[in-house]
Write a protein of this length. Structure first.
Length: 178
């Protein structure tokens, strides 16, 4: 192998080491920024914001309130039309109880939805942390491996050149001796 090829192998090694250093630094910067955020999300997922929860509760209450008002209004209208004012009191009471039951179920459903969202956020944060494991250094180590390969190739080439030189000297000595 010629001297130029040996120099190129040494240059390749230097580039690999330099790129390794750059990528390692970038990986550490990224990791120091994103890892704490993901760890916090895994430990303390936020779920819905308090404002979002309030909006959902208000919407549920308004819906049930409107339904209850509709039942009462319809019962009063039917009572007026049929001239049977006492016949609809049970229906109005039943409608109110049903609305309260629905409100309670909606509130539990919102809390369950929030808990599910928190669990989903936790799992996503843990998956993101797991996917980052080894990524920071993976590419950088690949360049360092390229550097090592180039150095090994240069050493093999140098050893071969030395062996060829020794062989030539021995051949020359043998010719001279004869």
């Amino acid at each position: 192998m010629g001297k130029g090829a040996n120099q190129q192998l040494l240059n390749n090694s230097g580039v690999g080491q330099s790129t390794n250093k750059t990528l390692s630094g970038q990986g550490q910067q990224l990791s120091s920024f994103i890892t704490p955020q993901l760890e916090n999300e895994a430990i303390n997922p936020q779920g819905y914001t308090p404002a979002q929860m309030a909006y959902m509760r208000t919407a549920s209450e308004q819906s049930e309130g409107g339904s209850t008002a509709g039942i009462t209004g319809q019962a009063n209208l039917t009572a007026a039309r049929t001239r049977n004012a006492g016949g609809f009191q049970g229906a109005i009471g039943s409608g109110s109880r049903s609305a309260q039951r629905n409100l309670s179920q909606n509130a539990v459903g919102l809390e369950q939805s929030n808990a599910n969202l928190q669990q989903q956020q936790k799992q996503q944060a843990l998956q993101a942390l797991q996917s980052l494991y080894g990524v920071d250094e993976g590419t950088a180590l690949g360049y360092l491996n390229s550097s090592n390969t180039a150095l090994n190739d240069e050493e093999i080439a140098s050893n071969q050149q030395a062996a060829n030189a020794i062989s030539a000297v021995k051949t020359g000595a043998a010719i001279a001796a004869s």
